[in-house]
Write a protein that binds this ligand. Structure first.
Ligand code: MN
Ligand code: MN
Length: 304
């Protein structure tokens, strides 16, 4: 029997690390390794402070944990089992309200420590802006990192209502941080004319569907890759529980297929964002998020 994950050692030096709050000792038989032996570390970022339409994504991580009981550890898609990997959950970051920059700074510092400990990180949002500090932390370690971005929205605005930091600007901010890495976008079907024009000359955007992953795999080769999955890339018929639903999205099978292809890449971290449980009337969206979490954990855990 594995021991439940303990984070006491990363509370050294009185850092801002206070992850014990909200922590569930055992959340799932596939995610209960000790921190020290874990290859991949999950943690929640319950922040939705810049959500532009329907708020509530802050409740995503806890709802995912509630629904994990029904999740099989085995993935028939990947033919891999979570029990064969060392995975742990650190609970949710305790975050203040009303100060976006401070929140992003706190997130970045947390991820810095996890990366110093040579962990692979899988963050659960929260809204999409939380990807920005997680990616910034990774770029300090992996300078030539590429970004694979699944989303209904381009998220390439320079500002949103004059705010530079927003879930509608997150990929623009990420793009500005990249060195030799590039942004590869899939499933995009909403944005301003300016965003689509920006994408033409600055990112590799594959609109409307998830085709084109092979092209990314070939171009990226063995360089490090971070994947950010905004779950609204899925069609609202399978994933209605999100703040800004967009019809015409990917099917669940298409997303599983795309995640499976990520095994060909040197995937070093990722996040799953924008589940907003208040709009998940059937509870199916949360179950979908759990399955995406399992698949991504297995792909991250497999990367040696
Ligand atoms: Mn997004
Ligand atoms: Mn989106």
């Amino acid at each position: 029997m594995k021991m439940a994950c303990s984070v006491t050692h990363i509370m050294k030096d009185n850092e801002v690390i206070r992850m014990l709050k909200n922590q569930r000792a055992i959340i799932h038989e596939g995610i209960l390794s000790d921190y020290d032996e874990s290859q991949v570390v999950v943690f929640g970022i319950p922040f939705d402070g810049t959500v532009s339409y329907r708020p509530g994504a802050r409740f995503g991580p806890q709802m995912i944990r509630n629904e994990l009981d029904g999740l099989e550890t085995y993935s028939p898609y990947l033919e891999k089992d979570m029990v064969d990997y060392n995975l742990c959950d650190l609970g949710d970051l305790p975050l203040p309200f009303g100060n976006t920059e401070k929140v992003l700074d706190l997130i970045e510092k947390e991820v810095d420590i996890l990366l110093e400990d040579n962990k692979r990180v899988l963050a659960i949002g929260g809204e999409h802006l939380v990807s920005y500090p997680v990616i910034k932390a990774h770029l300090k370690k992996y300078k030539d990192m590429h970004i694979i971005h699944f989303d209904a929205h381009a998220d390439l605005r320079d500002d949103y209502l004059e705010e530079k930091l927003s879930h509608a600007t997150v990929m623009r901010r990420v793009y500005e941080q990249l060195d030799t890495g590039e942004v590869w976008q899939f499933g995009i079907r909403s944005g301003t004319k300016e965003e689509f024009q920006f994408a033409k000359s600055h990112t590799n955007m594959h609109a409307f569907n998830l085709e084109g992953i092979e092209q990314a795999i070939q171009a990226i080769g063995n360089r490090p890759v971070y994947v950010t999955i905004d779950l609204d890339v899925l069609d609202p018929s399978i994933f209605s529980g999100t703040g800004t639903p967009e019809p015409g999205g990917a099917s669940f099978t298409e997303l599983m297929d795309a995640i499976g292809k990520l095994t060909q890449l040197n995937l070093i971290g990722g996040d799953i964002v924008e589940l907003s449980p208040s709009y998940d009337q059937s509870g199916v969206s949360t179950i979908v998020a759990c399955k995406v979490l399992r698949e991504l954990l297995l792909v991250l855990g497999d990367n040696k």
